[in-house]
Design a binder for this molecule. Structure first.
Ligand code: PFF
Length: 454
């Protein structure tokens, strides 16, 4: 077997489970609970969900395997990993672009992720202080609109979120946070189940399920397919090197295939549960499913405001959402921070400070896109929507495809076989066909279709 004996200078996961936990922590975040439901609502529901699930299974899992494989073989930051692998496989050095573009994408995503993370912080305070007790849909909606209409509130909470994220990054991720995630993730899952339980009592549970799961293909457009694909990449954290970096710490004998499947199932499960919790409340309260990024902030408070123990559960829920957002935000900036450390030989604290300030500044554009700049449109999109579109729908899928092409075509079959060690030849062949042909072609069809070429 041809596996080089490289070690990452940053260490190795203590076991396969630590890796699954950390990767699931990076994957499960605002994308599942905040973004998935609002995109589903904006894109007409079930058909979007179906395309999303197909993208996770047919593109997400094989691409996650490729990204882990590249990371484990290179055992360094994405930029260095791609450099080493390009040399090892006699490929052009331009393949390093995967690392560069991914590092940039992480910073761009974090700039707006932090603003939404800030909303979560503000909602913890609102829940604890009982703002939502007895709330109607209208009250929740007007509370949200007043909140995002205030540039100073968003500015404040964005700043707080960024400071606490960078503080953890500066201190190193390993110790406390990873241990905490072990308990917090299952608790978040449990609370989501509780919310689904509440939704069952609204009388609109069936309508919610129908909206999510009875495909209505008439609602499917080129742009909703692109949104579903982009969301699959975003939610699984694929295409930007996070999974590659995490993969660089994976022990040699860990099965990449089964690990990837587990992460994808956990991630999709959380997103679907969030949808099942939210849409019955939307319909029961005559709220608008397509209302956009504010959807969970306008619906869940209604549920918490009207259930026994709502203050406790509501506060707990937003605290857990915050933790889920944290474990993802840290992973978003990790490629930039480690690159600064390696390249300029600076301390971790300094690297975190520089990355944090630059990302925070960029985040101001998102802060203002909900108020001062709400009417400022680029190609019909606000600054926030544009940033989200460019990163989720273009940079991540293209990054993912380049990784797939590299793993599928430029690495020798011997090498990929050795890394994946899938004993069943049929399964290996399936992976190879998916990354060589199906994934690149599918991504290009979806992209061309969305811009109206097809
Ligand atoms: N997957 C995260 C979420 O669903 O919230 C967001 C994310 C994290 C995207 C890390 C990309 C990434 F590299």
């Amino acid at each position: 077997m041809n596996i080089p004996d490289r070690q990452s200078i940053h260490g190795q996961w203590s076991s396969r489970w630590t890796f699954i936990l950390a990767a699931t922590g990076a994957a499960v975040g605002l994308g599942n609970i905040w973004k998935f439901p609002y995109l589903t609502g904006q894109n007409g529901g079930s058909a979007f969900v179906l395309i999303y699930i197909i993208c996770v299974a047919a593109l997400g899992i094989p691409l996650m395997m490729s990204e882990i494989l590249l990371g484990r073989r290179g055992r360094a930051t994405p930029i260095r990993t791609m450099k080493a692998l390009a040399t090892e496989n006699n490929a052009g050095q331009w393949w390093q672009i995967i690392g560069w573009a991914g590092t940039l994408a992480g910073m761009l995503i974090l700039s707006y992720y932090s603003v939404i993370g800030g909303w979560t912080l503000a909602y913890i305070v609102k829940s604890v202080t009982g703002t939502f007790t007895g709330a109607t849909g209208d009250l929740a909606a007007s509370t949200f609109n007043t909140f995002v209409g205030s540039a100073s509130s968003l500015f404040f909470w964005h700043t707080v979120f960024m400071v606490i994220t960078m503080a953890i990054v500066a201190g190193g991720v390993q110790g406390g946070l990873e241990k905490a995630v072990q308990y917090l993730m299952p608790t978040l899952f449990f609370l989501l189940l509780l919310m689904v339980g509440y939704s069952m009592t609204t009388g609109y549970f069936g309508k919610g399920l129908e909206f999510l799961f009875t495909p209505d293909f008439s609602k499917l457009t080129g742009s909703s397919m692109l949104a579903a694909m982009g969301q699959a990449f975003f939610s699984l954290s694929l295409g930007m090197g996070t999974i590659m970096i995490y993969g660089s710490y994976v022990p040699k004998d860990t099965s990449i295939a089964s690990t990837s499947i587990m992460i994808a199932i956990a991630d999709t499960g959380v997103a679907l549960l969030a949808g099942m919790a939210i849409f019955p409340i939307v319909f029961a309260n005559n709220l608008e499913p397509g209302s956009g990024p504010g959807l969970i902030f306008q619906t869940l408070p209604v549920a918490f405001g009207n259930m026994t123990g709502g203050i406790v559960f509501g506060s707990l829920f937003f605290i857990l959402l915050l933790v889920a957002a944290w474990t993802s935000s840290i992973s978003l900036i990790e490629p930039l921070v480690t690159w600064l450390i390696e390249t300029f030989d600076m301390s971790r604290i300094k690297a975190a400070l520089y990355s944090g300030v630059a990302t925070w500044l960029l985040g101001l554009g998102t802060v203002w896109s909900f108020n001062l700049w709400a009417d400022l449109k680029f190609f019909g999109l606000t600054f926030f929507d544009l940033l989200d579109f460019i990163t989720s729908n273009l940079m991540l899928p293209l990054g993912g495809i380049l990784m797939a092409l590299f793993a599928g075509w430029l690495m020798t079959t011997d090498n990929t076989k050795a890394e994946l060690h899938i004993s069943n030849p049929l399964l290996y062949k399936t992976w190879q066909i998916l990354v060589r042909y199906i994934a690149p072609v599918a991504v290009f069809i979806v992209l061309l279709n969305a811009i109206g070429v097809l």
